[in-house]
Structures are given as structure tokens and as C-alpha cells.
Write a new protein. Structure first.
Length: 518
């Protein structure tokens, strides 16, 4: 028996450890695909006699609107040679190649910043603000020449948009190389990959791929990337404020699993509290039962005592009445008999009004109801309304690049936000779908007035899906605030045309808890 109890306790301890164990991060292919849309092929072009001839190429990626980062050695030949120029080829079909001009070059760090001469509308990549430098899975994106050669691509074929090549490996540490801080990794790169991003599992930039080791066939291959400790100061020194995110890299599945664990823990805690409350109630009910029984007994004894006293008083009054009759005091005799009769009646009433033992259960129910009503909360929480301040909840969110500052929100019961944006109502849920013209992303904002939860889900989409989403939005005219519930329900139904275009899961989920603003 003791052995069984010990095994049970060990099993409970192991279950608790598993319940509280941190969840492992896993790569989300959608994040890598989204980052790939901001990668470009950087082509060095010779211009002679109106003819464009590709000389060499590398890779690069967007860090801000119309700003591209690559390696300094990729554009080295362009400096000082008026016959050479830079061509930037987007990764997505439908995008148009544009020319680029050099903004800054740092040969020591092997970094260069290029400005596009025409808008490309590339999604800027997010830089990992607190990256690991020791271990972890990494992905390299770029345009290696050996892949082009294996496909039999002609020189002019590189002017056509093509997705970058992705290779995966492991981070092998951080070490200085060529006078700059670099990361060592095993994600294969080749000539043409220089200047492409090295990404973590959330699609955030860990470094700029630069060069590889020169090894024999029997040696392991290692590759170097310029670290973000060099990249971020370089960008800021040249007027670029990069998107930096220092949060942990977690998949949406990890976040949802953690929410389920928290919900299960909360449910177990509620069940434990409920069991304890039931036990306390049973003990209290047993105590109240005794108190009700003692109260009934006391009332019965009081009734019996009062009845006895009244009977004795009746007997005394009757004796005085008889004595007055014999002595000729007729008036006193009549009064005595009246008092004796009243006392007898009172004694009968006192005896009959005693509570019976069958009233113990009724008295117990009255005492339980009285205590229960006294313990109920005096006020009930009302739905969130008016001026609110929504605070970010990191443990319930997945963020790869968005701002997580607190959000002021003024909510009206008819679904109007900040007095100007009407939310749609569908299946009891308030939501607004936002499809911007200047960003390759769709946001779905939801608010639950009952719980005060505000949720933003962002979908980073390819060029074709964004075009379809914008076309669906063009036929959707949201109503003005105050148009009524029917208009809100109509908006909720018509937003489904955009929602049907979105992937099953968002790239980012930002959860906020809203309360009355101070």
C-alpha cells in the first residue's frame, strides 16, 4: 500500500513538471515565406551602347521602405565605375526590377545600404533584438549561382523574379572574423548568396550572410554571417530605423498549447476550490443543523414555560375570584374569573404555538439561504464600454515584428471604436478586417466587451493573395458609426469574403486585456 502511494506521488510530481515545462520553439514555414518576399537578387549590370549585361550578382533584403542591405563586396565594383550600375530583382512574380543606388558602404563590416530608385513595395524584414549566438536552427535565403547553373539559366534569366533558395542548418557560435562580429553556422550558402539574410525560426534576421570556409571534401563546411550587433548600428548611422523584436521565438501552436495548459490549470484550481467550498458548506450545514435544532428546542421550552406560568396565573386568579365571591365582592370575583380565563387561553396559545420538530429542516434552509445571500458579491462585472486602455499580454501572444505598446480604445455598445471605426458583428463576435494599400499584410481586429479582450491577428501574404484581398475590400463599404445593429451584422457577413482568403493561422497574434482608462 505504501509503495502504491509513493508511485502515485511520483506520477503526480512528474505530471506537474511536464505541465510547467517550457514549450520548445518550432519553425513556422509561413514566417520564412513572409521573410522571403523581402529578399531581392542584387545584380551588377554593365551599361554599354544601350545594352545591359549582367556582370555578377549577390543577394539582399529590405530593412525599410525602399532600402536594401547587402554585402559591401557585392557592390564593390560599382564604386568608381560609371559603366556599372545596380539592378534589384524582386522575389515575387508580378514585381518589377528597378535600379538601385549606393547610400553607404562599410568595407570593414562588409555591409552596404542601397536605395531603390523606384518603389518596390517590399516588406521590411524584422531583426532579432536579442538573438541567441550559440545554438539553434537557422535558415539562409539567397540566390546561389550554382543553383542557377544547375537549372541552366541564361544570364538574362536572372532579370526575372524568382523566389530565393532556402537552406537550413544550425548556429555554431559567435566569433570575430575580418575585424567584424560574425555568426558561424552550417546553413549552406554559395557564390551569389552573399548579402542574403540568416533567419531564426520566426523569420527574424540574425545576420547577413557573407562568406564560407574553404575546406577539402572531407571537412565540414561552415559559413559566416555579419551579426546584428554590426548591422543595427550600421543602419542607424545611415538614417534607417530597423524593425527590431527581442521577444522569444514561439510558434502559434506553442502559444495555444500554453493557453490550454493554463486553462487546464485554472480548471483544476477551480475544481479544487469548488471541492473545498463544498466541504466547507457541508461542515457549515452540519453546524447550522445543530444550531437550528437547538433553536427549535429552546423555543419549545420557552413555549412550555410560558404556558406553565400562564396556567399558574390562571389558577391564582381563579382562587382570588372564588374568595371574592364568598366575601360578597361580586365585582372583584367577576374580574378574577375573566383574568383566569385569559390566562388559560394564553397558556393554550403558548402551548400550541411551540415549533414542532418537523420545522428543523425549514429553519435550516432559512439559515443557509441567509448565509449564501450574504456571501454573494455585491456587484456584477459589466461589459467593457467607454474609454479603455488595453495592455499587452505577452504570454498569450505571438509577435515577430509588430509594436506591442498599450492601445487606447474607446468602445461603444453598438460596435463603434474611437468614434470613427465600425466593427462588424458575426456569430456574436465583433471584428474588423483591415486591408492596407501600403503593406503586404491583412489585420483582423477583434474585441470582446464581456471579457475586455482585444485581439489583433496579422497575416503576412504574398502579392497575389493581397491583390485578391484588396479586390474583395473594394466591394465592401463599411457603415458609419451609429448605423445600427443591422448594418453591423451586414458588415460582419460581408467581411467573410476577405476572411476566406486568409491562411488557417496568422503569422502574429497580439492579445490585450482592456480596462477602464484612468
Amino acid at each position: 500500500m505504501a509503495g502504491g502511494t509513493l508511485l502515485k506521488r511520483i506520477a503526480q510530481a512528474l505530471a506537474a513538471l511536464l505541465l510547467f515545462a517550457p514549450l520548445a520553439a518550432s519553425a513556422d514555414p509561413a514566417d520564412i515565406s513572409a521573410a522571403a518576399r523581402g529578399v531581392v537578387r542584387v545584380v551588377i549590370v554593365q551599361v554599354e551602347g544601350g545594352q545591359l549585361t549582367p556582370v555578377s550578382h549577390g543577394s539582399g533584403f529590405a530593412v525599410a521602405p525602399e532600402r536594401i542591405v547587402t554585402n559591401a563586396h557585392v557592390v564593390k565594383d560599382v564604386q568608381g565605375d560609371p559603366m556599372l550600375t545596380i539592378g534589384l530583382i524582386p522575389s515575387e512574380s508580378g514585381g518589377k526590377p528597378v535600379y538601385g543606388r549606393i547610400v553607404a558602404v562599410d568595407a570593414r563590416r562588409d555591409l552596404a545600404l542601397i536605395a531603390t530608385t523606384s518603389p518596390m513595395h517590399l516588406p521590411p524584414l524584422t531583426i532579432a533584438g536579442n538573438p541567441t549566438t550559440d545554438t539553434g536552427t537557422v535558415s539562409a535565403l539567397g540566390y546561389p549561382m550554382n543553383v542557377d547553373q544547375a537549372q541552366g539559366l541564361a544570364l538574362n534569366d536572372i532579370f526575372h523574379p524568382q523566389p530565393p533558395v532556402r537552406s537550413t542548418g544550425a548556429l555554431s557560435g559567435s566569433r570575430p572574423a575580418r575585424d567584424f562580429d560574425s555568426l558561424l553556422h552550417t546553413a549552406p550558402i554559395a557564390r551569389g548568396s552573399s548579402g542574403g539574410p540568416l533567419l531564426d525560426d520566426c523569420g527574424r534576421v540574425l545576420g547577413v550572410n557573407s562568406f564560407g570556409t574553404d575546406s577539402g571534401s572531407a571537412d565540414a563546411e561552415f559559413y559566416f554571417a555579419v551579426s546584428t550587433r554590426e548591422l543595427v548600428p550600421f543602419l542607424r548611422a545611415n538614417g534607417v530605423t530597423p524593425r527590431v523584436n527581442g521577444g522569444p521565438c514561439r510558434s502559434l501552436a506553442d502559444v495555444e498549447a500554453q493557453e490550454r495548459q493554463q486553462s487546464e490549470r485554472a480548471q483544476l484550481a477551480n475544481e479544487a476550490r469548488s471541492a473545498a467550498d463544498q466541504q466547507r458548506l457541508a461542515l457549515r450545514k452540519e453546524q447550522l443543523s445543530r444550531e437550528a435544532e437547538f433553536a427549535i428546542l429552546a423555543e419549545r421550552e420557552s413555549g412550555m414555560a410560558l404556558s406553565l406560568i400562564l396556567l399558574m396565573a390562571a389558577m391564582g386568579a381563579a382562587g382570588l375570584a372564588i374568595h371574592a365571591h364568598h366575601t360578597g365582592l361580586k365585582h372583584n370575583s367577576e374580574l378574577g374569573f375573566v383574568l383566569a380565563g385569559v390566562a388559560v387561553i394564553g397558556a393554550g396559545v403558548a402551548w400550541a404555538s411551540r415549533p414542532g420538530f418537523d420545522q428543523i429542516a425549514q429553519r435550516l434552509d432559512e439559515m443557509v439561504r441567509s448565509e449564501t445571500s450574504a456571501s454573494e458579491p455585491a456587484t456584477v462585472a459589466k461589459p467593457a464600454e467607454g474609454a479603455l486602455m488595453c495592455s499587452f499580454v505577452p504570454e498569450r501572444s505571438r509577435v515577430t515584428g509588430s509594436d506591442t505598446a498599450d492601445v487606447p480604445l474607446k468602445w461603444s455598445a453598438d460596435g463603434c471604436v474611437n468614434g470613427q471605426t465600425q466593427y462588424g458583428l458575426s456569430s456574436g463576435e465583433w471584428a474588423r478586417v483591415l486591408v492596407p494599400d501600403d503593406e503586404e499584410a491583412v489585420s483582423v481586429n477583434r474585441f470582446d466587451p464581456a471579457s475586455g479582450e482585444y485581439r489583433v491577428e496579422r497575416y503576412l501574404l504574398d502579392r497575389g493573395t493581397m491583390a485578391r484581398a484588396r479586390a474583395a475590400r473594394a466591394g465592401l463599404k463599411p457603415p458609419t458609426c451609429g448605423a445600427g445593429e443591422a448594418a453591423a451584422r451586414d458588415l460582419g457577413a460581408r467581411q467573410s469574403a476577405i476572411l476566406s482568403l486568409l491562411p488557417p493561422q496568422p503569422n502574429e497574434r497580439l492579445v490585450y486585456k482592456c480596462s477602464a482608462a484612468r
